[in-house]
Design a protein around this ligand. Structure first.
Ligand SMILES: CC(C)(COP(=O)(O)OP(=O)(O)OC[C@H]1O[C@@H](n2cnc3c(N)ncnc32)[C@H](O)[C@@H]1OP(=O)(O)O)[C@@H](O)C(=O)NCCC(=O)NCCS
Length: 160
């Protein structure tokens, strides 16, 4: 399991557990058009629904939501959902911070802390996220009938 309270650092990038104080920021990122297009659910999310989702997320022992900070500034979020002995990772980089390698660094930072297998689902055409999944040690497994690409790292990561 991942230690929820641990602050994981590489050079200037750190992961901290999300809190209810992050609701407004995460809400903005969630409704960004590129984030919506990359999500399974593409319609705009309402604020009350988002707050309900965040509260439930923070109480869910099988879900861990992190905010990534670069030099103390929030630049992205990465989530790990645990089911059937596999962590499914999903991620968003803040619109202002994209294209600078943060996605690769933040997802691999979390992936390297996880001993169990990890997986991710990436919509076909989201090439940046495919690169991120591969950089984080996952390999392409299959494309499903909804044009979703499935990535997985089966082996136990000994570096964590
Ligand atoms: C997709 C997303 C996470 C990428 O984050 P990012 O910080 O901009 O990505 P990085 O800078 O780490 O780039 C990752 C790789 O993709 C490449 N890349 C970046 N943007 C790209 C694009 N539009 N098309 C193709 N490749 C792209 C980068 O060059 C890099 O590859 P390289 O190291 O081999 O050169 C970010 O754009 C985002 O949050 N989008 C909306 C939400 C989303 O798509 N979430 C993922 C759902 S699976």
């Amino acid at each position: 399991m991942i230690n929820r309270t641990e602050q994981n650092r590489t050079e200037h990038l750190s992961l901290r557990p999300a809190t209810i104080e992050d609701a407004e920021m995460l809400f903005k990122w969630r409704n960004d058009i590129d984030t919506r297009m990359a999500s399974h659910t593409t319609e705009e999310v309402k604020l009350d629904k988002h707050i309900g989702w965040l509260k439930a997320t923070l109480e869910n022992k099988n879900r861990q939501l992190f905010v990534t900070e670069e030099n103390g500034v929030a630049v992205g979020t990465v989530r790990a959902d645990y089911a059937d002995s596999v962590y499914e990772l999903s991620w968003t980089v803040s619109p202002e911070a994209r294209g600078k390698g943060i996605g690769k660094r933040m997802v691999s930072l979390l992936a390297n802390k996880i001993n169990e297998p990890i997986r991710a689902e990436v919509k076909k055409g989201n090439d940046a996220s495919s690169r991120i999944a591969e950089y984080s040690g996952m390999k392409f497994v299959r494309e499903d009938s909804n044009n979703v690409l499935h990535y997985q790292r089966d082996e136990i990561n000994q570096k964590a």
